[in-house]
Design a protein around this ligand. Structure first.
Ligand SMILES: [Zn+2]
Length: 174
């Protein structure tokens, strides 16, 4: 039945064309998702139980309960590989290796954030001290504190818990 053969060929051609377009669209959508995820600063709100299921006990203590890791014990304290540091809770970009320096204080230290708006700073009067707390702007996770005894060019020392960070090797922007 020649008519049916013709229909079948038309169907095959259409399905090849559709799947080719579909493939392209998926790639585009994926690219967009990647780009949006890197740029997305939408505030993230989760319950303690949700965070607990996503984070390790150490990460939960630091990020959600404002805990502090013991000095000289954090995985990124004495660590100077080239790459980017993201929030361990929400993946927001926070610091780059180009601004990391050895402060000798026992915690990872940076002289400036990677993206200023990704960091929140708030006065903290706990433990009988007046300090400036540093938090992730996107998820509100506690990162550490910022002091004004850092090196040039900013004079700032962002003293950050390793447990609040996730490092990815790569080319640093600085
Ligand atoms: Zn975060």
């Amino acid at each position: 039945m020649p008519v049916n053969y013709k229909s079948i060929w038309m169907l095959i051609l259409i399905s090849v064309w559709v799947s080719a377009c579909g493939q392209q669209a998926v790639t585009k959508v994926n690219n967009k998702i990647v780009t949006e995820a890197a740029m997305d600063t939408t505030e993230i709100k989760k319950s303690d139980d949700e965070w607990r299921s996503l984070l390790s006990p150490v990460q939960f203590n630091i990020l959600r309960e404002k805990g502090t890791e013991r000095p000289y014990t954090g995985e990124y304290d004495n660590f100077f590989n080239e790459g980017i540091y993201y929030c361990a809770a929400c993946g927001s970009e926070l610091f780059t290796s180009g601004t990391k320096y050895n402060s000798g204080c026992g915690w990872p230290a940076f002289y400036e954030p990677s993206v200023n708006k990704n960091i929140l700073e708030k006065k903290d009067i706990s433990h009988g001290m007046v300090r400036i707390e540093v938090m992730c702007a996107r998820c509100g996770g506690h990162l550490g504190h910022v002091f004004n005894d850092g090196p040039k060019p900013t004079g700032l020392r962002y003293c950050i818990n390793s447990g609040s960070l996730r490092f990815e090797p790569g080319k640093s922007k600085e």
